[in-house]
Write a protein that binds this ligand. Structure first.
Ligand SMILES: Cc1cc2nc3c(=O)[nH]c(=O)nc-3n(C[C@H](O)[C@H](O)[C@H](O)COP(=O)(O)OP(=O)(O)OC[C@H]3O[C@@H](n4cnc5c(N)ncnc54)[C@H](O)[C@@H]3O)c2cc1C
Length: 594
């Protein structure tokens, strides 16, 4: 029996444990952030059957660590939630390995992330659009997709820049506690502006942030896109299904091999979409024969397509936590870190979905240009009204807070390269943090700007005392040494299978179709395809890419661009608020703060 007939015969038995081969129209590898969008959008056409293979497990509703917003530090480092990556010893970070969490469950990283929603500056997409062949990825073309995916609960109903009825519900951080109010006062005293909405007309400035939290619960990509559509006959999601290899006939991808329920299975499809994230997507391409031929041969892999850009161009944001004690204020959220309070707070959340654990506490912050030569913000600040590391390690103070800060446009590049032909072996990941002069200069500026924001009367009133890094760290070299020892990733790895034209030797993905250059039937849609990292957290851009890619893969007419929508550009004499925009002082919470 030929392959086609075998597959035909097996059709309809796909739930059986004995299945080894089957067919679908589309296979999506990775039920994470972008994978959820692709699966949901493609199955809007009832004629398109989609099988999602997710290596991790379900995001069950009983799983408090996923759904309770303030519990997000628990999954980090836990093998049931996290791929547990770490970098190679970073040469400019005193040889430290930097830990990198990646979501390993339905919803992917969106099921364990900090829930901060940042589109990035419109200029990021102007930069994308300026690359050859990427004109249709400029901001005017991306904006309709941002809007299609969002329900921006805090936006005014007639706001032309925000989405009002998309799957991604975004609540706006209330940021009304006395400590947040002192922060907003402080930054203004230091000469910076407030802004209405960092995802709206003007990103630059300080404001409450949008969050992926809906009525007190994490609103992951899986919850927004997969679960509402799980009854579709043409959508099937398999969890604990690890894709091990892409199957090719020549350069045509015809299916994938995967491990599931103790067996090895194969599924054949017309389209294979890789949405396995910025580490696993290049790894899967490489073990399957797509990548730099020298690397592949070294590991005994037959070359399907020599594409030297696979796994290269790795970009990320490094950040530090500048930590303060508040000696005159008792308004921080630090007491919520006391374990004895957790049962009561947990119970309140279980019964009402309200209270201190119904927020990620990342309720606001801002974007700043560290010097007048920058065309748009190169620093992002997150304000956390408690002093604690991402892994849950709390500082020894009664009350405190911290800035998360770091440069957004580091020009350092790293790579993801397989160490063996076996998908189970973690790849070599190197970022080269702090390697360039520009990166180091921006780091010194970042720390100095952060300090200037708090060298104010407003902060004197709360008795803010910096204890990390502390007053001993002053010179450029002292600052850099502290960053080397204390810097952590902001968890934004991206750009490892970048979009670009075929004549760019390092381009991997065709920006017109999302297909991998030089192959057929093989697509990439996740944070790997960014040509360059945006100037904020990258979940929102990843989801926007997913929305737009779904149309390109389905062969639909893309949404019409919106060049008429303006945005603030520094140094061009533009007004601080858009015409008709209601100026907000952030003293009371916006509608949609829950
Ligand atoms: C702890 C943490 C905090 C973060 N905080 C924020 C934040 O507050 N705001 C923000 O904007 N961004 C944040 N990020 C970053 C952001 O969440 C991610 O960059 C984004 O979600 C990546 O989306 P993706 O689709 O590229 O990959 P993912 O969402 O990671 O999806 C990849 C999926 O593929 C699956 N997979 C991988 N390999 C295979 C395989 N071989 N077979 C089958 N399945 C496979 C994975 O299990 C995963 O589910 C954070 C990330 C982390 C980890």
């Amino acid at each position: 029996m030929g392959k086609k007939n075998v597959l035909k015969a097996l059709r309809g038995t796909k739930k059986s444990k004995t299945v080894t081969d089957e067919v679908s129209d589309v296979v999506v590898v990775g039920g994470g952030s972008a994978g959820s969008v692709i699966a949901a959008r493609l199955t809007e056409d009832p004629e398109t059957r989609v099988l999602v293979l997710e290596a991790g497990r379900e995001d069950s509703l009983w799983d408090l660590f996923v759904h309770m917003p303030s519990a997000f530090s628990f999954p980090i480092g836990a093998k049931n939630y996290d791929w547990q990556y770490e970098s190679e010893p970073e040469p400019e970070m005193n040889g430290r390995r930097v830990y990198h969490a990646r979501g390993k469950l339905l919803g992917g990283s969106s099921s364990i992330n900090g829930m901060i929603f940042q589109r990035g500056n419109p200029m990021d997409y102007e930069k994308w659009g300026a690359n050859p062949g990427m004109e249709h990825w400029d901001f005017a073309h991306c904006l309709p997709y941002f809007k299609r995916m969002e329900t921006a609960a805090a936006a005014d109903d007639n706001d032309p820049r925000r989405g009002h009825d998309g799957p991604l519900y975004l609540s706006r951080g209330p940021a009304t506690s006395p400590l947040f109010q002192a922060l907003f006062k402080s930054v203004q005293e230091a000469g910076f502006d407030l802004t209405n909405d960092v995802n709206g007309y003007r990103q630059e400035g300080f404001a409450p942030f949008d969050r992926n939290i809906k009525y007190g619960k994490r609103w992951s990509a899986a919850r927004a896109y997969l679960h509402p559509n799980k009854d579709r006959d043409n959508l099937e999601v398999r969890t604990r299904a690890l894709t091990t290899k892409i199957l090719f006939e020549g350069t045509k991808a015809v299916g994938v091999e995967y491990e599931w329920q103790g067996g090895v299975h194969r599924v054949y499809a017309k389209k294979i979409v890789l949405s396995a994230g910025a580490f696993n997507t290049p790894q899967l391409l490489q073990v399957s024969g797509v990548g730099d031929e020298e690397l592949l041969r070294k590991h005994g892999i037959d070359v399907v397509k020599h594409l030297p850009g696979v796994g290269e161009n790795l970009q990320d944001h490094l950040e530090v936590y500048i930590q303060y004690e508040t000696t005159k204020s008792t308004d921080s959220s630090q007491p919520y870190l006391d374990k004895w309070r957790w049962p009561l707070m947990g119970l309140q959340w279980l019964l009402t979905k309200k209270g201190p654990v119904a927020t990620s506490h990342f309720e606001g912050g801002g974007f700043v240009r560290s010097n007048e030569n920058e065309a748009y913000p190169n620093l992002m600040f997150h304000f956390l009204p408690m002093a604690v590391r991402y892994d849950g390690q709390k500082a020894d103070v009664k009350h405190g807070f911290q800035w998360h800060v770091g440069p957004m446009f580091s020009d350092t590049k790293g790579h993801v390269r397989i160490k063996s032909a076996d998908i189970h072996d973690k790849p070599e990941i190197l970022f080269n943090y702090l390697k360039t002069e520009q990166d180091r200069r921006e780091w010194v500026e970042a720390v100095r700007v952060a300090r200037s924001l708090l060298d104010t009367d407003a902060m004197a009133e709360v008795g803010a005392r910096e204890f990390n890094p502390g007053p001993d760290v002053q010179s450029d070299e002292e600052i850099l040494e502290w960053v080397r020892n204390d810097g952590e990733t902001a968890l934004h790895p991206s750009c490892t299978a970048k979009m670009g034209t075929q004549d760019d030797p390092m381009a991997v993905v065709d920006p017109e179709t999302m297909q991998v250059w030089g192959t057929e039937g093989l697509y990439v849609v996740d944070a790997s395809v960014f040509p360059s990292v945006t100037n904020g957290n990258i979940y929102a851009p990843t989801m926007m890419v997913g929305e737009k890619a779904a149309d390109l893969i389905a062969g639909k007419q893309p949404l019409a661009p919106q060049p008429e929508v303006t945005w603030y550009k520094a140094g061009e004499g533009m007004p601080l608020y858009a015409e008709g925009e209601r100026v907000r002082d952030h003293k009371t919470s916006a509608k949609g703060a829950y």
